[in-house]
Design a protein around this ligand. Sequence first.
Ligand SMILES: Cc1cc2nc3c(=O)[nH]c(=O)nc-3n(C[C@H](O)[C@H](O)[C@H](O)COP(=O)(O)O)c2cc1C
Length: 364
Amino acid sequence: MAQHELFQPLTVRSLTVPNRFAMAPMTRQASPGGIPGADVAEYYRRRAAGGVGLIITEGIRLPDPAAGYPYAVPTIAGDDVLAGWRRVVDAVHGEGATIAAQLWHQGAQRDDVDGVVPVSPSGVDGLGRPKGRALETDELPRVAQLYAEGAVTARDLGFDAVEIHGAHGYLLDEFFWERTNLRTDGYGGSLSARTRFPAEVVAAVRAAVGPDYPIVFRFSQWKGTDYTATIADDPTQLQELLCPLAEAGVDMLHPSTRRHYLPAFPGYDGELSLAGWAKKVTGLPVIAVGSVGLETQFRSEKRGQVIRPAPVDRLVEQFDAGEFDIAAIGRALLADPGWVNRLRNGALDGFTGYDPATALAALN
Ligand SMILES: Cc1cc2nc3c(=O)[nH]c(=O)nc-3n(C[C@H](O)[C@H](O)[C@H](O)COP(=O)(O)O)c2cc1C
């Protein structure tokens, strides 16, 4: 595999990823006080040493209490926190890999536990129940600014890119989704109105980081509360959703799916994945993700159950067909930090799969 194009570099603006493998963003809850410690740097360093070209960090809480309840999830403000991230960035760069910071605002999924009221487009959660409060129209620029400030801090820390988390039913996805966006102020209703605030966030980030700094945007059809949810029902809707983001300054899209190989719109094409469609309708480079190297999709595993390895033939076929530019790997990299080098060296036979209990307990 070492000679395959999957092991050739990709350049997106100022970012050159040495190969086509990313580590998918995975929350660890291992940064007490929001501070990523030396163990966090070592955790990412091991994946970089194991062949990953682009580390995408776990979701990083934007520095606003409403953005997320701590639970040892890292943030991106304060001297100790920034020193911790510098150590992470240096450790990853020391292995020849690159690193993007995932910027996260949890919206209505923030736990309502410590006297901070969760905020969201319409004050309803992913099940349509009242929760927290709706953001006022005149508060939106400040929220967009939070992403911009987080991105500038990430850039100044030496992160090679930022990823805006617009997936899985968190704040920006709550704007996209009809169930959680009931606004009547021009930020809700039609698909283009629901895309407006996420596009304004991208524009604020672009204005703040300058023209060359890479912005990745993660989105998903599925939500944490509903795996069957959709925000685009056909390729035309997908184009309406994504083109304003591209025009606002997104450089690379990261459609989050639970199985990378499933056709996104079978009525239109029996093969093309969401990554393939996202690339086709925008022309942007894309990251594919979901069950790479594993037979069972994210969150369908039962505790303690070993998920068997799966072949990567379909992934290679999709890449050769030009459907995606980078493959992101999640659980397989929790189970084996050296999974990418295994593939490169033709040693996937030795990969035993993913045991959630062991992988999550160790998270090493
Ligand atoms: C423990 C764990 C934590 C996760 N945390 C995040 C997160 O912080 N941000 C995010 O966008 N996705 C998160 N995800 C989803 C992954 O990025 C990825 O999309 C998913 O695991 C599917 O990829 P896989 O099948 O290769 O594991 C998480 C997944 C796992 C297993």
